[in-house]
Design a protein around this ligand. Structure first.
Ligand code: AMP
Length: 192
């Protein structure tokens, strides 16, 4: 099972991807998580990506395409994977198509979580409050200003992906404003 999740920041892509990893026994590949790990380890990629990420902007296509291509080659991806936060631009989607073709792989579905953008800032604030209450570390790009820039980046660069995947016939849309279990049930119906 090879899936892509689309949707603006805070739409619940990560939450749904995590639930599906347990159900299907395949890993969630979050480019955001991979980049944050690179930043934490101060690798070359991490050093190049940090300022861009903190500003809520997108890291270059070249960097993320390479990270994803290497990750897909790992043995735990043999049964499939869930891409969360990638592709994020039309050129990334085209690179992914080529990458999968060169590896002899195909996508099973592209699932878009449709959400009300006005509700997203509130969700982000709740996520920050919950993380702090649980004693966790808050992401450096989880503040209202960076969040608004991430939403603007989404509208400009990522939203056109819906059209791209509608054109390939792979796009499935789910109401991301429903509660978590209802969204999961909708997705499972699509995948059944
Ligand atoms: P996320 O955890 O998916 O919200 O990603 C956090 C940040 O990592 C984004 O705001 C970008 O700066 C960067 N990032 C993650 N995935 C990508 C991607 N596919 N293309 C470019 N930048 C990305």
């Amino acid at each position: 099972m090879r899936l892509i999740f689309l949707g603006p920041p805070g739409a619940g892509k990560g939450t749904q991807a995590k639930l599906l990893t347990e159900r299907y026994g395949i890993p969630q590949l979050s480019t955001g998580d991979m980049l944050r790990a690179a930043v934490a380890q101060a690798t070359e990629v991490g050093k190049r990506a940090k300022a861009v990420m903190d500003a809520g902007q997108l890291v270059s296509d070249e960097i993320v395409n390479e990270i994803v291509s290497d990750r897909i080659d790992q043995p735990d991806c043999a049964k499939g994977f869930i891409l969360d936060g990638y592709p994020r631009t039309v050129p990334q989607a085209i690179a992914l198509d080529k990458m999968l073709e060169s590896k002899g792989l195909k996508l099973d579905a592209v699932i878009e979580l449709k959400v009300d953008e006005a509700a997203l800032v509130k969700r982000m604030e709740n996520r920050v409050a919950e993380t702090i209450a649980a004693g966790g570390a808050v992401r450096s790009d989880d503040n209202p200003e960076a969040f608004r820039r991430r939403l603007a980046e989404y509208r400009e660069k990522t939203a056109p992906l819906s059209e791209h995947y509608a054109g390939t016939g792979q796009l499935r849309t789910v109401d991301g404003m429903a509660d978590v279990t209802a969204v999961t049930a909708e997705i499972e119906k699509i995948l059944a």
